[in-house]
Design a protein around this ligand. Structure first.
Ligand code: NAD
Ligand code: G6P
Ligand code: MN
Length: 441
């Protein structure tokens, strides 16, 4: 079994330590030869790197080398895999996205509505540059990108690198939802075989089977409706915000019982309710800064101080395990079935060919091989077409420096709709984003 050289780009991320635990957990299925951290923020990277060094000495002694750098050549040369998890503008800009949106009375969220638009315009340029840098030194490396807003980043990267067959956008939300399904059904999450369609953070499970082919869909729906729905992954199970989100997914299912919704649909289906429950002084970004980020920083500081990871508050999370398992399936041609983001190309026959859709695919050494889905019912088609038009317009606004296209994008987005508001939000976002955004005319 070939051992891999893996680069983590954006290694200062709050997800890095969970990813390290997942790499340890999965070492027999995705063995590493070398691990390299890459980030543009030396200090932010250092804390995770020093803690990882200690952790890996104790729990991954087989690793031949571990290094961290801000130098692109050093990082990407000879890479087999690059996991990309950057956040242009950091959590500070995420907080601004959320607060500005709420100030205008609309949903303030990382990837949905104006927040997704603002973050998208920040992410696209950095992601294009990063992919170019990786390709300069590692033309054949698999790039697994989960940088958000993954939906918009996927559209933009497809436009910039249409022929790059080793660039895959991926999101952990479907599998994070499936853990809860598995628990309710008494199954292992990896033994659930889902049917699913949509865009990233905008999709539905249509069937839930197990590996033997048994159909659990109706039983699952009934259990969710009658017994409630809660997050089960360790990373989010005790988080009040995620608990409310899962409860809202239950309500969505009661209102629209045909398919099981992705949790992010709450922002598009009940935008007013989402705005009402938000506190502009403590949006999700603030909760993450004071919660996940603080926890990870404290844990790393503790490991560094004590010189051991023994007893540290670290755990394997579904986010990390999913990315590693997906990578292993690509590396070793395992043909495992995962939900990923790919160009539609007729998979959903009544949606545009160029849409970047989120669907199940077999992950092979020659890339993801998605399954045909056929026509989707008109309600979902209508919703997806509006959302895809928004994603495409944000991307075109970036490439064409178009102010008008951004206003059009927000006018189409279900979280905004009102063009007067759309214009006011775009105007304020331009001011606040400054050099992070392309110049708009
Ligand atoms: P974070 O701010 O803690 O970490 C991001 C890191 O990226 C920082 O260390 C930063 O210095 C670095 N960075 C920024 N620009 C960079 C660049 N151009 N090149 C290299 N490094 C750069 O953010 P986080 O909350 O840990 O999230 C990281 C990313 O992962 C975000 O985009 C987040 O939305 C995404 N994410 C996506 C999923 C998914 O399902 N798609 C799941 C989890 C996290
Ligand atoms: C899920 C989504 C990601 C998102 C993450 C964290 O995993 O799929 O795209 O970035 O949640 O969201 P949070 O709001 O907790 O930072
Ligand atoms: Mn996601």
């Amino acid at each position: 079994m070939k051992k891999q050289r893996l680069v983590i780009a954006g290694s200062g991320s709050t997800y890095t330590m969970g990813m390290m635990m997942s790499l340890i957990e999965e070492k027999d299925h995705f063995p590493l030869k070398d691990l390299v951290f890459y980030d543009i923020d030396e200090k932010r990277q250092e804390r995770n790197a020093e803690a990882t060094e200690i952790l890996f000495k104790e729990r991954y002694p087989e690793l031949e080398s571990f290094s961290y750098t801000t130098d692109k050549k050093e990082a990407f040369e000879d890479a087999d895999f690059v996991f990309v998890q950057i956040r242009t503008g950091g959590l500070a800009m995420r907080e601004k996205d959320e607060q500005i949106s709420l100030k205008h009375g609309v949903v303030g969220q990382e990837t949905c509505g104006p927040g997704g638009m603002a973050y998208g315009l920040r992410s696209i340029g950095d992601m294009i540059q990063l992919v170019k840098d990786i390709r300069e030194y590692a033309p054949k490396a698999w790039i697994l990108n989960y940088t958000n807003p993954a939906a918009i980043v996927a559209v933009a990267l497809k436009k910039e690198f249409p022929d790059d067959e080793r660039l895959l956008n991926i999101c952990d939300m479907p599998i994070a939802i499936m853990i809860s399904y598995a628990k309710m059904l008494g199954l292992e999450v990896w033994d659930i075989v889902p049917e699913y369609f949509g865009l990233n953070h905008f999709g539905w499970f249509t069937k839930i089977y197990d590996t033997a082919g048994n159909d659990h869909t109706d039983r699952l729906k009934s259990k969710i409706i009658h017994e409630g729905f809660i997050p089960e992954d360790k990373e989010i199970a005790n988080d009040v915000s995620w608990q409310k989100t899962f409860e809202q997914a239950r309500k969505m299912l009661m209102d629209f019982p045909e398919f099981l919704p992705n949790t992010y649909l709450q922002y598009y289906l009940y935008p007013d309710q989402m705005v009402e429950k938000e506190d502009p002084n403590c949006t999700r970004a603030r909760q993450v800064i004071d919660g996940r980020q603080k926890r990870v920083h404290d844990t790393c500081d503790g490991i560094i101080e004590q010189g051991t990871a023994e007893g540290a508050d670290l755990h394997v999370d579904i986010h990390g395990v999913f990315m590693v398992k997906a990578a292993a399936s690509l590396a070793y041609n395992l043909n495992e079935r995962y939900i990923v983001i790919v160009e539609n190309n007729g998979i959903i026959s009544n949606l545009p060919h160029d849409a970047m859709v989120e669907v199940p695919a077999l992950m092979t050494a020659n890339g993801p091989k998605p399954f045909a889905i056929g026509e989707i019912p008109v309600f979902y088609k209508g919703l997806i077409e509006g959302q895809y038009a928004y994603e495409k317009l944000v991307t075109e606004a970036y490439f064409e420096n178009s102010y008008v296209k951004l206003v059009q994008a927000l006018t189409l987005n279900r979280t905004v709709i009102n063009p007067v508001k759309a214009k006011a939000i775009v105007d304020e976002m331009i001011e606040v984003n400054g050099p992070y955004w392309p110049e708009l005319k």
